[in-house]
Write a protein that binds this ligand. Structure first.
Ligand code: UD1
Length: 325
């Protein structure tokens, strides 16, 4: 009952690999190491370096390792990059996912979990966002994710194949045991950037926009600890193995925090003021993105265990210190 993890050397993928290994599951990682880090994959996982669109390699990996389920993390994730170079996003996220899905169907894989995003929802959809809220992705990145959701829907209808879509809100923090974390050198994420500022590696944090229609004027997001997100994948996998049908789940806490609240959290954790510089809005940033997580809680029994903001920040700073030393 081995699980194939594409993108298992990446940020969320590697946390999920560790969580699966911790409970004794057999895992094989397929990663081309374009952004992933080999050392962050647990030692007990089998590792295959290669591309998800390499159909022969995928077929061989599935057969050789007795793979019964697939969790598909591999893909490109930077929104502004997708605006500048949409075709490479459609290639990496849609065309390559199509090849992977086809290889899975041909190999008789019936359980498939797909990493999607909160940015598939329409900007004016009511908050907190439920899974059925209107979809209207704006960036090529978000569109590529929704296109893959649609492919999976059609494949699940046509074949003996079931899948779960997990729509991530703002993922932050790092493995409490320090085994893995966010390693992208040019990361743009708020909590990662704030951790870099807190360690003096960047002189100040830019606050992108103070005139949003939010309580303090700064953007509001639902920050979820990556270990709670990894746990959601394990529950989704168990449900599929147990015969659950195709569905989608929002992965967030249902709690919106503003940029200023995150800054205050970093100051609380470090005991020092965080240098900030207020500036204009970053193009494409919506004011608010908050999950309604009732479905994943009630259907999968998901219980957040790392939802304290200070703990999320502490783990991000600890990883940042470790990663760059
Ligand atoms: C993130 C993800 C996106 C995902 C979305 C889901 C990345 C690169 N982005 O986008 O893929 O679909 O969550 O909700 O993984 N901010 C600052 N200063 C900074 C950085 C950010 O003020 O230096 C603000 C932003 O304007 C925003 C908030 O902080 O209001 C969060 O930004 P960020 O961490 O970059 O994530 P998202 O853009 O929400």
């Amino acid at each position: 009952m081995t699980t194939l993890i594409t993108g298992g050397a990446g940020y969320i993928g590697s946390h999920t690999v560790h969580a699966l290994l911790d409970r004794g599951d057999a895992v094989v990682v397929l990663d081309n190491l374009s952004t992933g880090v080999r050392a962050q994959v647990g030692e007990k996982a089998a590792f295959v370096q290669g591309d998800v669109a390499d159909t022969a390699l995928v077929r061989e990996t599935i057969a050789g390792h007795g793979v019964a389920s697939v969790i598909h993390f591999a893909g490109s994730i930077v929104v502004p990059e997708s605006v500048a170079d949409p075709l490479s996003y459609y290639e990496n996220n849609v065309v390559k996912s199509r090849a992977l899905i086809q290889a899975c169907v041909a190999a008789g894989i019936r359980n498939f979990i797909f990493s999607s995003t909160a940015t598939v929802y329409a900007e004016d959809a009511p908050q907190p966002l439920a899974e059925g809220a209107p979809k209207a992705p704006i960036s090529p990145y978000a569109r590529s994710k929704l296109m893959t959701e649609w492919m999976l829907e059609d494949v699940s209808r046509a074949h003996d194949f079931r899948h779960t879509v997990l729509r991530y809100f703002n993922v932050a923090g790092a493995d409490p045991q320090g085994r893995t974390g966010q390693s992208t050198p040019k990361a743009t994420h708020l909590i990662k950037r704030a951790a870099m500022v807190a360690l003096g590696r960047v002189p100040h944090l830019d606050i992108f926009g103070t005139d949003y229609p939010t309580p303090d004027g700064t953007g509001v997001r639902d920050y979820i600890h990556v270990s709670d997100l990894a746990a959601a994948h394990l529950l989704a996998l168990d449900a599929l193995r147990g015969g659950a049908g195709t569905t989608s789940y929002n992965c967030g806490y249902g709690r919106g925090l503003s940029v200023r609240e995150v800054v205050a959290g970093v100051e609380r954790v470090t005991g020092r003021p965080l240098p900030v510089r207020e500036g204009p809005r970053r193009p494409g940033d919506p004011p608010t993105l908050v999950a309604d997580p009732r479905r994943i809680k009630s259907e999968l029994g998901w219980v957040p265990r790392h939802d304290g903001l200070d703990g999320i920040i502490r783990s991000a700073i600890a990883w940042e210190r470790r990663f760059n030393t």
